[in-house]
Ligand binder design. Structure first.
Ligand SMILES: [Zn+2]
Length: 253
């Protein structure tokens, strides 16, 4: 597996030469997510040597609940100015905890023009303790005003690395949603997953798969996948969550 971005950032942490914004291009955002967690730890861990997995910073990152990490993903088809403004507001009022405030923008190619302009303020007048990680699979579609102000890193994964049956699990979940009686099979479905974290990746896969359809995508589905992807971060009752998902999906043609 490629570890180029991780290594590049580790070197920069050691040399104390972190950039204030990175544009990270990868051919597989899902796969990169695993590495992203490590990268966040490398930047924020209280220990000097890579990361320790036991300090408060590492714990917050593991629980996807770090008070100084803000993540923005497309709200529907693109990233809107309100989302960027909210980020700026949070970082201007938030008490500082740890070494850096970090914002992550998933699918930076989906920043619309006004959102990108708002973001430029961050990029042009960088505050020392703010770091941006902008992720994309389509670097050429990122606005040049953004690209030119970021350090660009690339991470390519082997395409043949199948996402551990992710596609199969996603298809099975969609099968459950084709009728409301699917809720009776939720327990079995959850039992069949190797790891409860899989569900997060499955929703993420469904979202990307739908968006890949280009103009043909179904906005209602995208919104549902997106919402459940957010919910799953806070919801521990997978059974209830999936039942709710099936009910909502059964109403979408
Ligand atoms: Zn640590």
């Amino acid at each position: 597996m490629a570890v180029f971005v991780r290594q590049a950032i580790l070197n920069q942490v050691r040399e104390k030469k972190l950039a204030h914004a990175y544009l990270i291009e990868t051919n597989n955002l899902l796969e990169f997510e695993k590495e992203l967690k490590e990268i966040l730890k490398i930047i924020l861990c209280e220990e000097d040597n890579e990361y320790c997995n036991s300090c408060q910073q590492c714990h917050f990152i593991d629980s996807d609940n770090h008070p100084n990490i803000i993540r923005i993903s497309p709200d529907g088809v693109n990233i809107k100015i309100g989302q960027v403004e909210e980020l700026q507001k949070k970082f201007s009022t938030k008490a500082f905890f740890g070494k850096y405030n970090i914002y992550i923008i998933s699918e930076a190619d989906k920043l619309n023009q006004t959102a990108a302009n708002a973001l430029l303020k961050f990029l042009e007048e960088p505050e020392e303790n703010i770091i941006g990680l902008l992720l994309t699979t389509k670097k050429d579609l990122v606005l040049p005003t953004i690209t030119s102000r970021c350090q660009i890193l690339t991470e390519k994964f082997d395409i043949c690395e199948d996402n551990n049956g992710l596609k199969e699990n996603a298809t099975r979940l969609l099968d459950l949603t084709s009728s409301i009686t699917g809720i009776y099979d939720v327990k079995d479905y959850i039992g069949s997953l190797e790891d409860k974290n899989d569900l997060k990746h499955i929703f993420s896969y469904l979202l990307h798969d739908e968006l890949e359809k280009g103009k043909e995508f179904n906005l209602r589905k995208v919104k549902i996948y997106h919402r459940f992807l957010e919910k799953i971060k806070y919801n521990v009752n997978m059974e209830l969550l999936l039942e709710e998902f099936i009910i909502e999906m059964s109403e979408v043609k």
